[in-house]
Design a protein around this ligand. Structure first.
Ligand SMILES: [Zn+2]
Length: 135
């Protein structure tokens, strides 16, 4: 499927790309994706999500949300996400208890567009958040 995006940080900006800083041990890590806790009540995805690791999206969010609060999700460092990754985000959002939400932070425009194209921006529990949680 063509529904994916890639952000190229190599050109364009003058400042060097910031190195990822992890507040704690990764929740999940493989050669292309690192998931880590981000406080308070958040989780951070850095790298690339595809069919090989989209299960980690589901499992790490499910594990992080146990405290019963809305979960802030930092995707600023997400470089690639294919349809299986988007599906995983949507399905985990839909499976949340009533009233709980996934609050997406730093969503790359390409990812937002991909989500809009398939209409998943209308999932009430999947929200683009601008609460200032990300510094
Ligand atoms: Zn937020």
């Amino acid at each position: 499927m063509g529904l994916s995006f890639r952000v190229d940080h190599a050109g364009g900006v003058a400042a060097p790309a910031a190195k990822p800083v992890f507040a704690s041990e990764p929740v999940y890590a493989d050669k292309q994706l690192i998931v880590s806790h981000a406080s308070p009540s958040g989780i951070r995805f850095a790298g690339e999500i595809d069919a090989s690791n989209s299960h980690a999206v589901r499992s790490s969010i499910a594990a992080a949300i146990q405290n019963g609060l809305d979960l802030h999700v930092d995707v600023t460092q997400l470089l690639f996400c294919d349809i299986s990754g988007i599906r995983a985000l949507v399905s985990v959002a839909e499976a949340l208890p009533v009233g709980r939400r996934l609050l997406l932070h730093g969503m790359p425009p390409q990812l937002e567009t991909a989500i809009r194209v398939v209409g998943w921006n209308r999932v009430p529990s999947l929200v683009v958040c601008e609460c200032g949680w990300l510094k």
